[in-house]
Design a protein around this ligand. Structure first.
Ligand code: SAH
Ligand code: SF4
Ligand code: F3S
Length: 441
């Protein structure tokens, strides 16, 4: 029996790809193992968004090798965005690798593995065939929990000046609405209740029906909401530039859309936003947020930030902090700028000292945590609509669920409730999770 092991880094698009790789390898009657030492096939799905992310993968491989954890004949398959960026170079960086595949060639993985097995030759295919991967993958099966990702578009054509994604995942391409809706039906038939629509810029989704007609993102939301069994819809990532009034109206019309939106702003300085090539300014961001809060009072808005972009002055950073205070973001992610080879920003002079970058990051994260905790505290003693996702990670006697505003809550309850929505009263608030108790209905 062939056993495979998968490790995934990076964004939800990679997590989705890994789920589809699991479907594919299982369709060969291969079995997944959580033990690297048992694996005949090791699959790495990697992220190149920052240097640290990239280094982690190679470090992991060498650490396994060093600890002699890799089976002697294990076939190591190196995929994802670092594979796409490094291509053949992966083989010289990490000689134990035999297969290099990219985000758009995951469906060819089995034939690449078989080629290594039969001919003993290493195989590299990080090409970008037209969005064909979805047509060659088995249908999604056996997802755990109550929530699933569905990629609605691949790649990105925005070319923000700091970002490597357009180079690693290719041009933006939307799946057809029929394919997306069919995949969601298959998932809801398996008991999935929450669908998380994925793309680097979902707001600019533009799928083409078999009839040739186009479907935009707002239309897609209404179609997804009509599918029986879809009780909660999330989507990520949204770009403020493409968040249309129609999409905002969908928040007003469709109770299935969760009351939380991830809307990365990156910076609050118009000058830096221009240098980043983000195509919106702070006024536009405020306008979108105001409209969203009007359409969906209480909606939780989270974001991504980059600090220390080349040339970012103290005044630029103050603009970011001012924007944070005005928007009062919920749980967000912030990063120190990391130059990515081949991107336009990488050739700008990086004149912000590391100390300054760290100070700014610290200040920003503190401020965001303050708001996130304020929102959490406001939830104490309220009742929340929670989708029961599985057993609690820390205590398998308890259940774990997610609130509408995307917080984890642990509470005692019967595992038979997994996959259903329940009313939970919040009884205790911690830094990153909540505790609660079921409200008898
Ligand atoms: N498509 C999404 C972002 C995908 S990358 C969007 O446009 O919002 C996820 C996050 O990584 C980005 O939002 C950004 O904050 C961060 N990031 C991307 N490139 C980076 C870089 N070169 N250095 C530091 N952070 C970066
Ligand atoms: Fe990168 Fe910009 Fe595309 Fe997001 S929108 S993936 S930041 S290029
Ligand atoms: Fe990383 Fe690739 Fe996603 S670079 S953030 S895994 S698209």
């Amino acid at each position: 029996m062939t056993k495979f092991f998968i490790q995934t880094w990076g964004c939800q698009m990679n997590e989705y790809d890994s789920d589809r790789i699991r479907d594919l390898l299982k369709s060969q009657n291969w079995q997944e193992t959580p033990e690297i030492a048992e694996a005949d096939i090791v699959v790495l799905v990697t992220c190149a968004v920052r240097k640290k992310a990239e280094d982690k993968v190679y470090n992991q491989l060498f650490s396994w090798k060093h600890k002699k954890l890799l089976k002697e004949k294990a076939i190591i398959c190196f995929g994802g965005c670092v594979a796409s960026e490094d291509g053949k170079k992966v083989l010289s960086e990490a000689p134990m690798v035999s297969v290099v595949f990219g985000p758009q060639t995951i469906h060819r993985l089995v034939s690449m593995i078989n080629e290594v097995r039969e001919n003993g030759r290493k195989v590299v295919d990080v090409s970008f065939p037209d969005i064909e991967k979805f047509d060659f993958l088995p249908s999604p099966a056996g997802r755990n929990g109550s929530s699933a990702f569905v990629t609605i578009m691949e790649g990105c054509s925005n070319f923000c000046t700091y970002c490597i994604v357009p180079y690693t995942r290719g041009q933006e391409m939307s799946r057809s609405p029929e394919a997306v809706l069919e995949e969601i039906r298959i998932l809801t038939d398996q008991g999935i209740r929450e669908i998380n629509l994925l793309g680097q810029n979902v707001n600019s989704y533009s799928g083409v029906y078999a009839s040739g007609k186009r479907c935009n993102f707002a239309e897609l939301l209404y179609l997804v909401a009509e599918i029986p069994g879809v009780e909660r819809i999330r989507f990520t990532t949204s770009n403020p530039h493409d968040l249309t009034d129609e999409i905002i109206t969908a928040f007003r019309d469709l109770p299935q859309i969760a009351s939380s939106l991830h809307l990365p702003v990156q910076s609050g300085s118009d000058r830096i936003l221009r240098l980043m090539g983000r195509k919106y300014d702070r006024e536009k961001y405020f306008e979108v947020v105001t409209k969203l809060r009007d359409a969906r009072p209480g909606i939780s808005i989270s974001s991504d930030f980059i600090v220390g972009f080349p040339g970012e002055t103290a005044a630029d950073f103050r603009d970011t902090m001012d924007l944070v205070d005005r928007v009062r973001f919920d749980q967000s992610f912030s990063f120190i700028y990391s130059p990515r080879p081949g991107t336009p920003a990488a050739s700008l002079e990086d004149n912000v000292s590391l100390t300054e970058k760290k100070e700014r990051l610290y200040e920003l994260q503190n401020r965001i945590n303050f708001f996130a905790q304020t929102y959490s505290r406001e939830m104490l003693d309220t009742v929340q609509n929670v989708l029961v996702d599985g057993l609690s990670v820390k205590n398998s006697q308890e259940l774990r669920g997610r609130t509408d505003n995307n917080r984890t809550v642990n509470f005692p309850g019967d595992p038979a409730l997994i996959g259903t929505f329940r009313t939970v009263k919040i009884t205790y608030v911690m830094a990153h999770t909540l505790r609660g108790e079921l409200v008898r209905e």
